[in-house]
Ligand binder design. Sequence first.
Ligand code: TRH
Length: 374
Amino acid sequence: MNHSLQWDIFCKVIDNHGDIGVCWRLSAELASRGQRVRLWVDDASALSWMAPQGCDGVTVLPWLEPLGMNILRLGSAPCEVLVEAFGCEIAPEFIAACADHAMDTGQKPVWINLEYLSAEAYVERCHAMPSPVHSGPAAGWTKWFFYPGFTPGTGGLLREDGLAARQAAFQRSAWLAQQGIAYKGEMLVSLFCYEPPALARLLDHLAQRNPHPGPVRLLVTVGRAASAVKALINDEKWPQPGQNGGEQLSISYLPLLSQTDFDHLLWACDLNFVRGEDSVVRAIWAAQAFVWQIYPQADQAHRVKLEAFLDMLQAPPSLRRFHEAWNGLRDELPVPDPESWSACVRTARQRLLDQDALCTQLIGFVMHNRQQTP
Ligand code: TRH
């Protein structure tokens, strides 16, 4: 049987980089497994730096409203799998075009609603649940909830087949030199964050030899993290790196990195500060100590989500306390302790590596459903 299917993935960039970051990784990984992907996105601009090389097997198409002429580009190409990322609601005119195709071919597409990542218990309950479509041209079809997650009863995590081999071949010093960073054996800390209330305290800790007696270099990602750091060190109240002789704490501002180089950054550092759901997964695969700034929600739902994540990680008390302060849920930011934190990350990573990757599970789920539903 030919297992290569045509996938249409729909992505709306709400804010930040996570929506397109996840959808791009998913698209590229499906293509690497022989699937054909059309990625419909309302704002593809971030892909110019996230994935400048593109990817064979993935076609990026603009999600215009209405889709209009773009529908015609479909020609006679089949619509076999539809992926609606993060509840973005696929354009109705596209669904109508798919329904026409389905009438011709006699095979309905498999329609996946790809959900947000969480370690909360509801994920296992809701994963792979059907949601019947009652009206419109797709009446009688089924949408399937697909939840990424950290346990065997979930859809798993995005992970490329070649990840371990790439990691094994990675050379920290060579990569840092390519970035123009003259590495002298400092402790390396990456910073990808929004505006954490405890940022000033973190810089204080690092400048005051906590936790590391030797020099520390902070590698700051472009955008909100860089703006937040610059705003602080431009404020005279903060002890300037220069006032520490410029030696204990040095700061490197990074350019926009491709997703591949973003991984390299996480592999290169001894402690990673990450944010959002894509970078937190990459931090787990990096096998280094990390701290997650979870995307804040107005109703404080992120507190429960963070606790569930820390439970999954079997985080030691000091890592839990640090997360709570970094996420504004307690006041005093403790001293970071990457040496003792990395053990639980490595253990969790090993456990998660034993789980089928999200794309393996998703392709299996889709194939199974195509056989069940003509
Ligand atoms: O940008 P984010 O904060 O996205 C968030 C989350 O996805 C969150 O769950 C969602 O609700 C909210 O947006 C709206 O963080 P995230 O998910 O880690 O995505 C960042 C992506 O950007 C990730 O794919 C890595 C990539 N990246 C690079 O490729 N190069 C870079 O230089 C940087 C800084 C990031």
